[in-house]
Design a protein around this ligand. Structure first.
Ligand SMILES: C[S@@+](CC[C@H](N)C(=O)[O-])C[C@H]1O[C@@H](n2cnc3c(N)ncnc32)[C@H](O)[C@@H]1O
Length: 224
C-alpha cells in the first residue's frame, strides 16, 4: 500500500504541516453542524471516541472541547503526527495515542467498545477498505456510529481548478505536477462506490452529505 507521503512525494513533516494548515477546512462550521445533527444524538454522557488516521490530533482536540468527559483515542502510523498530537492542550483528559498500522493489525480496541469512530481522508488509501469496514463494525457499540469524511471522484478540470485556486501563477506548474500524482488517489471512488463499499463492509449509511467542499463527502453509518 502506498502511503499518503509516498503518493504526494512529501516527508512526514511536510504532510504534518499540510494537515495542520488545512485542518480548519476539513472541520469547519458546516462539519460541526452536521456532527451535532447526525452524530451527537447517538452519544452517551461520556462517549468513547476514536479517530483512526488521526494525523496531528486536532480533531480529537476539537472533540475534547465539545465533549470534555469523552474518552478519546487516536491511531496513526506516522510518528511525527503523534509526536505533535501528544503535545496539544486538551480540555478533557489527554487522548490515548497508538502508533499503529491499520492495514497490518486489528484496531487496538475491544469488541463493541466504541461509540463514535471517525476516519477523515484515510480510508481511500487502504488497499482493502472492506476489511477496515468490518473492523469498524467489530469495535462499534450497539448504537455506535462511524463517521467517514473522504474524497469523492470529480472531473480533472474542476479538481485542478479548486486545488490551485490560491496558488500564485509562478508556482502553478509545480502545483499541477504534484496534483497529477494525487489525482488517481483522491479521485478513486464515486459517492455510489463509497455507499456500496460501506454496505458491503457491514455498515448501514444513515446520511451522506456534501458539506463545504464538492470534493469531499461526509457519511454517518451504523453497523448492520
Ligand atoms: C491525509 S492525513 C489525514 C489526517 C487527519 N485524519 C486529518 O484529517 O487531519 C492521513 C493520515 O492517515 C494516516 N495513515 C495512513 N495510512 C495509515 C495506516 N495504514 N495506519 C494508520 N494510519 C494511517 C497518515 O499517517 C496520516 O496521518
Amino acid at each position: 500500500m502506498a502511503t499518503h507521503q509516498e503518493i504526494a512525494q512529501v516527508s512526514d513533516e511536510e504532510l504534518l504541516r499540510r494537515m495542520i494548515d488545512s485542518h480548519d477546512r476539513r472541520f469547519d462550521q458546516p462539519f460541526w453542524d452536521f456532527f451535532r445533527e447526525r452524530v451527537d444524538p447517538h452519544l452517551p454522557e461520556a462517549p468513547a471516541m476514536v479517530d483512526v488516521g488521526c494525523g496531528p490530533g486536532l480533531f480529537l482536540r476539537d472533540l475534547s472541547l465539545r465533549y470534555p468527559a469523552a474518552r478519546l483515542t487516536g491511531v496513526d502510523v506516522t510518528p511525527a503526527m503523534l509526536d505533535y498530537a501528544e503535545k496539544l492542550d486538551y480540555a478533557g483528559e489527554t487522548p490515548t495515542y497508538y502508533l499503529h498500522d491499520i492495514a497490518e493489525e486489528p484496531l487496538p480496541m475491544q469488541d463493541g467498545s466504541v461509540n463514535m469512530l471517525a476516519m477523515v481522508a484515510v480510508l481511500h488509501v487502504l488497499n482493502d477498505p472492506l476489511a477496515m469496514c468490518r473492523e469498524v463494525c467489530r469495535v462499534l457499540s450497539d448504537d455506535g456510529v462511524f463517521v467517514l469524511q473522504d474524497w469523492v471522484r470529480t472531473p480533472l478540470p474542476s479538481y485542478l481548478e479548486r486545488m490551485t485556486s490560491e496558488v500564485p501563477a509562478e508556482q502553478l506548474e509545480a502545483a499541477r505536477a504534484r496534483l497529477f500524482r494525487l489525482f488517481p488517489s483522491h479521485n478513486k471512488y464515486t459517492v455510489e462506490d463509497w455507499l456500496w463499499l460501506l454496505e458491503q463492509g457491514g455498515l448501514e449509511p444513515m446520511d451522506c452529505r456534501k458539506l463545504t467542499s464538492p470534493q469531499f463527502r461526509a457519511f454517518v453509518c451504523r453497523s448492520r
